[in-house]
Design a protein around this ligand. Structure first.
Ligand code: ADP
Length: 470
């Protein structure tokens, strides 16, 4: 059953019950009031009759002591009066009874004998008559019963009309309100229908860029549309991130296999050469073995870098502790001096960082600065200078690696931190293109930042900022 039908049924059901209850209430109150009205009227007439009755003392017949008035004075077309003797025979009656006796129920006389006045409804043919029975007692003796009856035809006709009116009224009201309820439920649910259609269209087309159009007020339905749209927006973004991550993963995999294939090809070529040449040419043999050793070394570097990045991707977190930056940089300077070769290496301001600590991982921080210095030495030819400069700033420790080397073209700058990105692939340097990607990951793990400024032919500056422990 549709929600619309359910709502309409529920609503109409409640309404029908309410109408039934109030209809019945109105009917019974009306019936009670009309009966009470009749009872009052006939009792009043009975009182008038009694008031007009005279008593004649010392008559030997009990009822003859009582002189009754002319009953026709008190009767009217639908009101009948009769007086019964104690034995039930009619003593006097109004003329409009035409000699007929007002029906007597079995215990009328019995009840009257007890001296009680009471009302009863009796049937005369197809008419019901409301009768007020009033015992006539004189000198503590029951002398007869005065009966005033009124036909209930008028009241029944009134009640009959009321019944029809209530039935018709309730029926029409029920029909009209159910129809209206059906239309209103349809109207209220239409936006939901439209939203369902839109949502299933989005689902079928698998198009997360589409949105549910709703132009109504910001009511329950409006808020539902809004929520659905927000959910679609989030789904769309999550899907995009997932797709980008997937694409990056595929790119990474193909780059990695490409990078690994180059040294393998060189090694295989040299092995072939060695097989063919044998021991014939010692110099070629030595060169081939050097090549093989060099490529094998490059490969193991590459594999180590790949492993580091794979660990980073899998959510690996560095173990952190307080690290004295002055001491760490002193170690870095000592180790990298060996790599400097013919490049001039100048350290400045690092002593100032003695005793300044950051929350970090010493091995990774060393690796970070070695990557930057190694790059600086490689991309700065002999005669150039590489500076390692330490600075203290409000809340931060800043370390810059500056060189006077080849620099980086402006178009390459935004991409140098990308994996496998190498600015000038024609350069004869055996890097992997992963160093700066690893450097950036280390900095991010420390809650710091890394940036680069460079001008082609003039040199580059890589600046690392790490939050200082207070
Ligand atoms: P690589 O192993 O190639 O050095 P990196 O990720 O460390 O990989 O660096 C990416 C690229 O950024 C390098 O190939 C180089 O083109 C450029 N680069 C990095 N450092 C410097 C520098 N100090 N001077 C000039 N170019 C640099």
């Amino acid at each position: 059953m549709s929600l619309r039908l359910k709502l309409t049924f529920l609503y109409s059901g409640f309404l029908a019950l309410t109408l039934l209850f109030f209809g019945a209430l109105v009917y019974f109150i009306m019936q009670h009031n009309l009966t009470a009205e009749t009872d009052r009227a006939i009792a009043e007439i009975a009182r008038d009759v009694v008031r007009s009755t005279r008593i004649v003392e010392n008559n030997i017949f009990p009822l003859r002591q009582v002189v009754l008035p002319n009953m026709d004075v008190f009767s009217s077309p639908n009101t009948y009066i009769q007086v019964l003797e104690r034995n039930g025979s009619v003593a006097v009656q109004s003329r409009n009874l035409g000699g007929q006796i007002m029906p007597l129920s079995e215990d009328t006389l019995r009840q009257a004998a007890r001296g009680k006045e009471f009302y009863e409804t009796v049937m005369a043919g197809d008419q019901s008559i409301r009768i007020y029975n009033r015992p006539l007692v004189y000198n503590n003796q029951l002398v007869g019963v005065l009966q005033v009856g009124r036909t209930m035809g008028l009241m029944e006709a009134t009640l009959g009309r009321l019944r029809i009116l209530l039935f018709l009224g309730s029926g029409i009201t029920l029909f009209l309100t159910s129809t209206l309820g059906w239309i209103m439920a349809g109207q209220a649910l239409r936006p939901i229908d439209r939203m369902t259609e839109a949502a299933s269209a989005i689902q079928e087309a698998q198009d997360l860029t589409r949105r549910i159009h709703y132009s109504g007020p910001r009511d329950e339905v409006g808020r539902l549309a809004e929520t659905l749209n927000r959910m679609l927006e989030r789904l769309h973004r999550a899907y995009q991130v997932l797709e980008e991550a997937g694409a990056a993963q595929r790119r990474f995999l193909s780059d990695a296999s490409h990078e690994l294939r180059t040294p393998l090809t060189i090694i295989r070529g040299n092995v072939e050469l060695l097989r063919k040449m044998g021991d014939q040419d010692p110099q070629t043999r030595a060169e081939a073995l050097d090549d093989i050793a060099g490529e094998a070394e490059r490969m193991s570097r590459l594999v180590a870098d790949l492993l580091a990045l794979a660990r980073a991707d899998s959510g690996f977190k560095l173990e952190m502790g307080p690290v004295d930056m002055g001491r760490l940089l002193a170690d870095v300077i000592r180790q990298s001096s060996i790599l400097a070769g013919e490049v001039d290496f100048v350290a400045a301001g690092t002593g100032m960082l003695e005793g300044v600590s950051v929350q970090g991982n010493a091995d990774s921080l060393k690796q970070l600065f070695l990557i930057l210095l190694d790059n600086a030495f490689i991309y700065t030819g002999a005669g150039g200078t590489v500076y390692l400069e330490g600075r203290l700033q409000e809340g931060w420790v800043e370390v810059a690696v500056r060189d006077t080397g080849a620099g980086i073209a402006e178009s390459d700058l935004p991409r140098v931190f990308d994996r496998f990105y190498r600015a000038d692939r024609t350069r004869q340097c055996d890097g992997t293109g992963l160093g700066l990607a690893i450097a950036r990951w280390i900095v991010e793990q420390h809650g710091g930042t890394i940036g680069v400024q460079s001008r082609e032919g003039e040199g580059s500056t890589f600046t690392v900022r790490l939050p200082k422990t207070q």
